[in-house]
Design a binder for this molecule. Structure first.
Ligand SMILES: Nc1ncnc2c1ncn2[C@@H]1O[C@H](COP(=O)(O)OP(=O)(O)OP(=O)(O)O)[C@@H](O)[C@H]1O
Length: 658
């Protein structure tokens, strides 16, 4: 016997690391930049050897640059001051040239070494992020906007890649160059070296201040970029509504406002960075002026050789460049920190709907059909922004779907019919009670096994940018023999009355969905229904998937469904009395419970709430038909005018963006 499994539904969706990624946390508790960036090692490890090698070559190039002043010192103190030998000077010039060529070669090596591994790391991170997004439950996607996820998988990962291949390498190399350079300066001219070192005090203080300020704006900018992506996504997604209601200008105003907020944050970022860059450029130069004032009298008093003085200033000129660059590199590092926080915030989210550790399996498919039982099912969504739960939607649903029967679920708008449907394939998990399929609690099954047994067709059909064939066969195993697959495809299309797809420009290979041919609402619903049928599920859940069809076509499709799906247990959310009449039984959902079950005529005779719901649905149906007819008329008359206006707004938008 399978041991009982703990079905406690986890409500905390992020690990402490992810919670730590929240920018709103008090700075005192925020994780350090190093610990955040160290998370990247998980994906960056394969690239580490090449990145380290690239860093070493870059360091070699910097050290070669630092060697030049020492040659200069030897030339000045040696041949120039003593013999004046031209040969020695030419030899020294040759050495400097050689060092320069070697330095350039090492810089090239650095670029060649670290370019490809960075893109590999980005690819691995992008793949893992997408995998996580697919694994996360619907509840997660309810809370996260598409733009935030899009910006994490595109913009943030690019920021991280650039930091990995350039930022981290150059930060280490620059810091080492500064340390070695200052060491050489102290060795060459100790007094001047100490003067130069004193300049490090304000530099470190400024760096600390910069880190505090920049960290906040860097995170804000990344979040605002995500919001902006959401605005574009929503407008493009709802472009028809915007056009139909003439709200293009409002959408544009909203977009421009958000874009302006992002611009302001980017300006604040640039200001913060330019302040520190100015200071990091000015302080070393000021220190050099002081060094000159101290060094020249020392050289005049013969307490410092001219060669040493020249070498000190030549080294300082080399060291000043990486000091000045530190501001830019620190900014890159803090940008990468913000991007990493946002990335791990998603990757660390623990799915609340997950596979059991020791899954059970469904019994062999019963000939007469599967049995679905909902026992005292309770459900509440998690309240937004808090871990608390919103008011319950289902408060103890008891319903048994007898094998091979069709049950219609009826209730007022918002009563929770779709919610009931979504609990069966675990799009959400119940917050109380249980759902059993052929005697097995659905939470004891792997999601793959459960979802292969249960197919859903939603009212809003989502088609993917692929051919009709691919869309319909989405849930069919790839290893099915070709002729069987073709039979399944043909039968599903016929039952769903989706045969129109054969007459599309490229037949069933016509690409539909976002990037393809646009289908009408009814056509989309029929393709989506064919997709659900093709899976040959044990349980078919229909969330009013025929709402866009006329009553005759709906009756025809339903009749065929009953014929073909003998042995399939069906639960259909009914919004139209015509759908209800075709079911074997009807269940009434009221106040979060099933309050009556019976045939259409039984309930009509005995249940007042059922009669009330049917009347509401009927009048709603008539109202919708009237509104639809009116809308069509208006649309035909006003379309040209409307499109002209929208085009004008679009032209203005393009101009504004330009
Ligand atoms: N993701 C969500 N987060 C919070 N509340 C939700 C969410 N989805 C639905 N709800 C709420 O749950 C309730 C039930 O919604 P559901 O879609 O199940 O109702 P329904 O009976 O199918 O409605 P309709 O007949 O209009 O399709 C509604 O009050 C709805 O606002």
């Amino acid at each position: 016997m399978t041991p009982p499994v703990d079905h406690t539904t986890a409500t905390a969706s992020t690990t402490p690391a992810a919670a730590g990624a929240d920018a709103s946390r008090a700075p005192g508790h925020a994780p350090s930049t190093t610990s955040v960036l160290l998370r990247l090692l998980h994906w960056g490890r394969p690239a580490v050897p090449r990145i380290v090698l690239g860093g070493l070559t870059a360091l070699g190039a910097s050290l070669l640059a630092l060697a030049v002043p020492q040659v200069l010192r030897a030339v000045v103190n040696g041949p120039l001051l003593t013999s004046g030998s031209r040969v020695a000077v030419v030899e020294a010039a040759g050495l400097v040239l050689l060092l320069g060529v070697l330095e350039a070669f090492l810089v090239w090596c650095r670029r060649a070494l670290i370019l490809t591994p960075g893109t590999g790391v980005e690819l691995a991170m992008r793949r893992d992020l997408f995998r996580r997004l697919l694994d996360l439950p619907v509840e997660f996607h309810d809370r996260w906007s598409g733009g935030q996820l899009l910006s994490r998988s595109m913009g943030d990962l690019s920021v991280i890649r650039r930091w990995m291949v350039f930022g981290v390498v150059m930060l280490c190399v620059s810091a080492t160059t500064v340390v070695v350079g200052v060491g050489l300066m102290i060795a060459t001219a100790p007094v001047l070296g100490v003067v130069y070192l004193a300049g490090a005090v304000p530099v470190v203080w400024l760096g600390f201040r910069f880190r505090q300020d920049y960290k906040v704006v860097a995170r804000r900018a990344r979040d605002q970029a995500g919001d902006l992506a959401t605005a574009v996504e929503e407008s493009v997604h709802g472009i028809r509504v915007l056009k139909a209601f003439g709200r293009g200008q409002d959408a544009l105003d909203d977009f421009v406002r958000q874009a302006d907020e992002l611009r302001a944050t980017e300006v604040a970022k640039a200001r913060t960075q330019s302040r520190v860059t100015f200071a990091l450029g000015a302080i070393p130069e000021a220190v050099l002026a002081v060094s000159l004032a101290v060094g020249v009298p020392l050289a005049a008093a013969d307490r410092l050789s001219v060669g040493a003085l020249v070498a000190f200033f030549a080294t300082a000129a080399i060291v000043n460049a990486p000091v000045e660059r530190l501001g830019q590199l620190l900014a890159m590092t803090l940008d990468a920190r913000a991007a990493t926080e946002r990335f791990v915030q998603v990757i660390d989210t623990v799915p609340t709907v997950r596979d059991p550790e020791r899954p059970r399996h469904l019994p062999a498919r019963p000939r007469e059909g599967s049995r679905v039982e909902l026992r005292d099912v309770r459900f509440a969504h998690r309240a937004r922004g808090r871990d608390a739960q919103a008011p319950p939607i289902l408060a103890g649903v008891d319903l048994v779907l007898e094998p091979g029967t069709t049950t219609a679920l009826v209730g007022l708008t918002g009563s929770g019919k779709t919610t009931v449907l979504q609990l069966v394939p675990r799009l959400y998990d119940v917050t109380g009670g249980e759902v059993r399929l052929d005697g097995v609690d659905v939470r004891d099954l792997t999601r793959d096994e459960l979802r292969a047994a249960v197919a859903v067709a939603f009212e809003e059909p989502i088609l993917f940018s692929a051919s009709v064939r691919e869309n319909v066969l989405m849930g069919v195993p790839d290893d099915l023999p070709a002729d069987e697959t073709q039979d399944l495809l043909d039968r599903s299309l016929d039952v769903a009355r989706a045969g129109f797809a054969r007459d599309l420009p490229h037949g069933l290979d016509t690409v539909i969905g976002e990037e393809g041919l646009s289908l009408s609402g009814g056509q989309r619903q029929r393709v989506a229904l064919a997709r659900a049928i093709a899976v040959r599920p044990r349980v078919l859940l229909l969330d009013d998937p025929l709402s866009a069809l006329d009553v005759t076509t709906e009756a025809d499709v339903t009749a065929r469904l009953r014929e073909v799906l003998a042995g399939t247990t069906t639960l259909v959310v009914a919004h139209r009395p015509s759908t209800v009449a075709l079911a074997d039984r009807v269940a009434v959902l009221e106040d979060g419970r099933i309050t009556a079950v019976g045939t259409h005529s039984e309930l009509l005779a005995s249940n007042a709430h059922y009669r009330y719901v049917l009347t509401a649905l009927e009048s709603q149906d008539e109202e919708l038909a009237a509104v639809d007819a009116e809308r069509r008329e208006q649309a035909a008359a006003g379309r040209q005018e409307e499109e002209r206006e929208v085009d004008e707004v679009a032209d203005e938008s393009i101009e504004a963006v330009r």
